[in-house]
Write a protein that binds this ligand. Structure first.
Ligand SMILES: [Zn+2]
Ligand SMILES: [Zn+2]
Ligand SMILES: [Zn+2]
Length: 166
């Protein structure tokens, strides 16, 4: 078969065979799921905001989705703060949200969960799945963010990019 059959349209490189072309497509041109350690801003503007900062009056038994502490108990802990300020304080103090390096990222949901449990005192509950999902982002295809260094590579070079993100 002619090698033109395995030419990648967007970047114009030739792949050795169909499997190589598929691998190239997957590595360079597919978006993938990553998980980011949340900031206070992420929580305030993301799906968890419905728990922490509901539009309606929260139920009596409303609790932190990260650790299940009752918001009514939080209010007693911080009597001088209004409800929302008390919850932000709880996120900062008890869950150390915002203390991680910016853009702390994980390639597996399980790694995200471990990090949340170990570093942010997140305990397993019915909400844990939602907490993990709220951290999920679609990372754009590698070719759009990393340039195309392999275009200058010698003919027949492996089109797999060097992994620079850890
Ligand atoms: Zn390509
Ligand atoms: Zn909590
Ligand atoms: Zn973190």
């Amino acid at each position: 078969m002619a090698e033109e059959d395995y030419r990648c349209e967007p970047c114009g490189i030739y792949c050795r065979d169909d499997a190589d072309a598929k691998r190239h497509e997957h590595v360079w041109h597919s978006s993938r799921d990553i998980w980011l350690c949340p900031t206070i801003g992420d929580i305030q503007s993301g799906p968890l905001a419905a728990y922490f900062f509901p539009i309606d009056q929260p139920a009596e038994d409303a609790a932190c989705p990260l650790c299940s502490v009752l918001f009514t108990d939080l209010a007693k802990l911080y009597p001088k703060l209004d409800d929302w300020a008390a919850r932000v304080k709880h996120l900062e103090v008890d869950h150390e949200v915002g203390k991680c390096q910016a853009a702390r990222r994980f390639l597996q949901s399980g790694d995200m969960l471990l990090h949340l449990a170990n570093t942010h005192s997140v305990s397993l509950s019915d909400y844990t799945g939602e907490v993990i999902d709220s951290c999920k982002r679609a990372e754009p295809p590698f070719a759009e963010t990393a340039g195309r260094p392999f275009l200058e590579a010698a003919d027949g070079a492996d089109p797999t990019p060097t992994q620079t993100n850890t």
